[in-house]
Design a protein around this ligand. Structure first.
Ligand SMILES: Cc1cc2nc3c(=O)[nH]c(=O)nc-3n(C[C@H](O)[C@H](O)[C@H](O)COP(=O)(O)O)c2cc1C
Length: 187
C-alpha cells in the first residue's frame, strides 16, 4: 500500500498542513513508514504546464527543469491520494492546481490504469476562512469529483473546514479527532 498526502498550502504552520498531519497520524498507526509520504507541494520546484506537449514526445516527462516528473510518478504509483488545499478565491490553491495540471504529462498512462480497472482512493481536505456552508467547499469538491471521474479514481472522503489565521485549527479538537479517524473510510 502506498499513501501520498499532498499539502497544497504554502504555509508550513498553516491550517491545511495541520489538518493533513491529523489525517497522517491516523494513517501511520496501520502502515509501515515507507508506505506513507507527506509531500509539501510548495517545498518543491514546480512550474506551470505550458501546454507545449513536449512531455508527449518525452516519455511522459515534462521538458521543463522542475520536479514535476518525480511528483507525477509518486501520484501514479500511489494507491491512496490525500489532497489538502486552502481555499483561494473559491478554488483550490494555485500550488495544488499546478501539481494536478502536471498529471497531463502522463495522461495516457493514467488512462491505461483506468482501462485496467485500477482505481485509486482519494481524500480531500479543504480549509477556508468562510463558514462551511459557503459554496466554495462544494465547488472544490465538485472539481475533484470530475478529476477523479476522468482518471477512474474514487473520492472516498471530502472534508471542508473553516479556519482563518494560521494555527487556528489547533483549537478545533473535535475536527482533528475526526480527521485522525477518516483513514477508516479509505480501507
Ligand atoms: C490568496 C488568498 C485567497 C483566499 N481566498 C479565500 C476564499 O475565497 N474563501 C475563503 O473562505 N478563504 C479564503 N482565504 C483564506 C484562507 O483559505 C484561510 O486563511 C485558510 O485558513 C488558509 O489555509 P492555510 O493556513 O492552510 O494556508 C484566502 C487566503 C488567501 C491567502
Amino acid at each position: 500500500m502506498k499513501v501520498l498526502i499532498l499539502n497544497g498550502s504554502p504555509r508550513m504552520k498553516g491550517n491545511t498542513r495541520a489538518a493533513l498531519q491529523a489525517v497522517k497520524e491516523g494513517i501511520e498507526t496501520g502502515l509501515a513508514p515507507e508506505e506513507l509520504e507527506f509531500y509539501d507541494v510548495s517545498a518543491h520546484k514546480l512550474s506551470p504546464c505550458l501546454a507545449c506537449d513536449g512531455c508527449k514526445k518525452n516519455g511522459g516527462v515534462c521538458v521543463r527543469p522542475d520536479e514535476s516528473a518525480e511528483l507525477v510518478k509518486k501520484i501514479y504509483e500511489a494507491d491512496v491520494l490525500i489532497f489538502g488545499t486552502p481555499v483561494y478565491w473559491w478554488g483550490m490553491s494555485a500550488q495544488l492546481k499546478m501539481a494536478i495540471d502536471k498529471l497531463y504529462s502522463m495522461d495516457s498512462q493514467f488512462k491505461a490504469l483506468k482501462a485496467q480497472g485500477v482505481s485509486k482512493k482519494v481524500g480531500l481536505v479543504t480549509v477556508g476562512a468562510a463558514a462551511t456552508d459557503d459554496p466554495e467547499y462544494k465547488l472544490i469538491e465538485d472539481q475533484m469529483v470530475c478529476i477523479c471521474g476522468h482518471l477512474g479514481w474514487k473520492l472516498s472522503f471530502s472534508y471542508g473546514i473553516s479556519a482563518w489565521e494560521p494555527g487556528e485549527i489547533a483549537g478545533q479538537e473535535a475536527t482533528l479527532k475526526e480527521l485522525r479517524e477518516v483513514w477508516e473510510t479509505l480501507q
